[in-house]
Structures are given as structure tokens and as C-alpha cells.
Design a protein around this ligand. Structure first.
Ligand SMILES: CC(C)(COP(=O)(O)OP(=O)(O)OC[C@H]1O[C@@H](n2cnc3c(N)ncnc32)[C@H](O)[C@@H]1OP(=O)(O)O)[C@@H](O)C(=O)NCCC(=O)NCCS
Length: 172
């Protein structure tokens, strides 16, 4: 069965949330300490509207992963900057799904006119950092011990991608 990357629809929200919530209690990839409720996920969806892309990867009718570009700040001056997220189901990792999802939302984001994409990644997530570097993200800073989870301090690496207008027209 081939993999299909497509724009998410509201009917994908429970699968999106299940993939995310799986990581909450077991991984520092998200600093969340409580699972996201369906209502919180619905309000996340509403905040994205038509402007901020959310894409899913689907195979044989199952959602295996998702990526999004979310508002970075609600202050108007930041309107051309977005923050990326990508989560792939644990049993579907290392098949190129995360990279395909990111390529898709970056292309959609370029078409929407976003200028910079920020990824905030917990510093021990070397796979995720490698994936983002491959896609043209560059380290823009490090926030030492800003998080605390699993009884230890966590640091964040900030990675920034410069979007070019033509990124929307060609494969990233
Ligand atoms: C990070 C994550 C999204 C990667 O998705 P994926 O579909 O497994 O990654 P891909 O197969 O597309 O990998 C693309 C490249 O990224 C790098 N990479 C991804 N996972 C890696 C890992 N565990 N170790 C080392 N490199 C890794 C590799 O360069 C890889 O290319 P390769 O397989 O040809 O070596 C996925 O592991 C995940 O959902 N992790 C938990 C949540 C998370 O960390 N999300 C990111 C929060 S910012």
C-alpha cells in the first residue's frame, strides 16, 4: 500500500491526537505533561484555519503521522513566522514519513507566504534534529534547562528555516 500525504481534515483529529498523546507520558519530544484533550485539539485545529497548514500521512486508510505549521505568536509583527511540529506513529518511524510530511507543510507554508519556520526541539532528540537540518533548518540558539520532565531539566535547540517564495513551486 502506498503512502499518501494530504491536507488534514477535521475527521483526522482523533488520529492526530492519539499519535501525539502516545508520546506525552514517554518522551521528552513534547514538553506536555498531560495528554491533550479532544476539546483542546479541536481548538488547535480552529486556530490553524485555512492559513496554517496541517498535513497527514495515510496508508491503507490509517493515519500514520502528521505535521503542522502553527502561529508563532498572536502579535501581528510575527505573522510571517510559524512553528513546525511533526509526529509519526511509533510503529511507522524511519520510513521517510516524517520527512515527507515536513516537505509537504513547508511547501504549503511557502505558498502561504511564510518567511521563517521555527522548530523548537528537545536537545537529546538527535533524529529529529537531523531530519530538520536535512530540510535546511539551521541552529539559531539554545535554551538551557527551560523544561522539566521525568525528574530532570530539559534544554531546547532552536532551529530556523529561511523560506524562499519558490519553495512552494518545487520539491523541497
Ligand atoms: C522525529 C520523527 C518525526 C521522525 O519521523 P520519521 O518518519 O521516523 O523520520 P524519517 O524516516 O522521515 O527520517 C528522515 C531522516 O531523519 C533522520 N532521523 C529520523 N529519525 C531518526 C533517528 N531516530 N535517529 C537518527 N536519525 C533519524 C535521518 O536522517 C532520517 O533519514 P534516514 O532514515 O535516511 O537516515 C519521529 O521519530 C517522531 O515522531 N518522533 C517522536 C516525536 C518527535 O520527536 N517529534 C518531533 C518534535 S519537534
Amino acid at each position: 500500500m502506498s503512502l499518501r500525504i494530504r491536507a488534514a481534515v477535521a475527521g483526522d483529529l482523533s488520529a492526530i491526537n492519539a499519535i501525539y498523546n502516545y508520546y506525552v507520558p514517554i518522551s521528552p519530544a513534547t514538553f506536555a505533561t498531560e495528554p491533550m484533550t479532544a476539546a483542546e485539539r479541536a481548538s488547535w485545529w480552529a486556530r490553524h484555519g485555512d492559513r496554517y497548514p496541517i498535513s497527514v500521512a495515510e496508508r491503507a486508510g490509517e493515519v500514520l503521522g502528521w505535521a503542522s505549521l502553527s502561529p508563532y505568536s498572536d502579535r501581528g509583527g510575527y505573522r510571517f513566522t510559524v512553528e513546525s511540529s511533526v509526529y509519526v506513529r511509533a510503529d511507522a518511524q524511519r520510513q521517510g514519513i516524517g520527512q515527507s510530511l515536513m516537505r509537504e507543510v513547508l511547501a504549503r507554508g511557502a505558498r502561504a507566504g511564510f518567511h521563517r519556520v521555527l522548530a523548537k526541539i528537545e536537545s537529546s532528540q538527535s533524529g529529529s534534529i537531523a531530519l530538520h537540518r536535512d530540510l535546511g533548518f539551521r541552529e539559531a540558539g539554545r535554551l538551557d534547562e527551560v523544561g522539566h520532565k521525568f525528574g530532570r531539566w530539559l534544554s531546547t535547540v532552536l532551529l530556523l528555516r529561511e523560506q524562499a517564495a519558490e519553495d512552494g513551486d518545487r520539491a523541497i
